[in-house]
Design a protein around this ligand. Structure first.
Ligand code: ZN
Length: 200
């Protein structure tokens, strides 16, 4: 074995399974954890356990939450007639950071990507239609990422909802650089993209 400790090796192996963590980073983190105090290590372990035990999807919008429904869906000051459709909960955070949007959200949990086997059934599209058909929605803002998959998803949603009477379906403007993820856009760019949205 490359290392003197099988336990250390096991932590490194687990860390390399995390997104963006290569072998080198995993080793650095594992040795850092080994040197850190028992209290700090326990805090990290407990935080991960709590995350798994207590954070779930909002039954209405699909955002991450510890309460049902989430704080946004439960907030009566938010405008439930405007639904902003995003790919991931991280996108909700990005749009909330702009402080400009006072509507509600719908998290798809991904975007259409036939190559990766992600079709309409793998996304929360049926739930979206259900919410729109329940009434009270005047506008659906499609804020999927400006990537090929995000654009394909936006078009799919527009087609899906085109028969719903008195519904505006809009797409955020191209202020967000093509090919990038919403979550990495700066607040001003994202706010501008939201206000410059156009009907699709
Ligand atoms: Zn919610």
């Amino acid at each position: 074995m490359q290392y003197s400790s099988a336990l250390l090796e096991s932590v490194i192996t687990e860390l390399t399974r995390l997104p963006g963590v290569g072998r080198k980073s995993a080793q650095r983190i594992a040795f850092h954890l080994l040197r850190s105090s028992e209290g700090d290590a326990k805090k990290l372990a407990q935080a991960i356990l709590d995350l798994k035990a207590r954070v779930e999807d909002c039954r209405i919008c699909g955002n991450v939450t510890e309460t049902q429904p989430c704080a946004i869906c439960a907030d009566s000051r938010r405008d439930a007639s405007i639904l902003c459709v995003v790919e991931q909960p991280m996108d909700v955070l990005a749009i909330e950071r702009t402080g400009e949007f006072r509507g509600s959200y719908h998290v798809l949990k991904g975007s259409l990507s036939p190559i990766d086997g992600i079709g309409p059934e793998q996304l929360k599209l049926a739930e979206l239609i259900e919410r729109v058909k329940a009434g009270g929605v005047a506008e659906v803002i499609v804020a999927t990422n400006p990537t090929a998959q995000g654009e394909a998803t936006a078009l799919y949603i527009a087609r899906l909802l085109q028969s719903v009477p008195h519904l505006r379906v809009t797409r955020i403007a191209r202020g967000v650089p093509m090919g990038s993820d919403l979550e990495f856009s700066d607040q001003v760019t994202l706010a501008r993209a939201m206000s410059g949205r156009k009907e699709i």
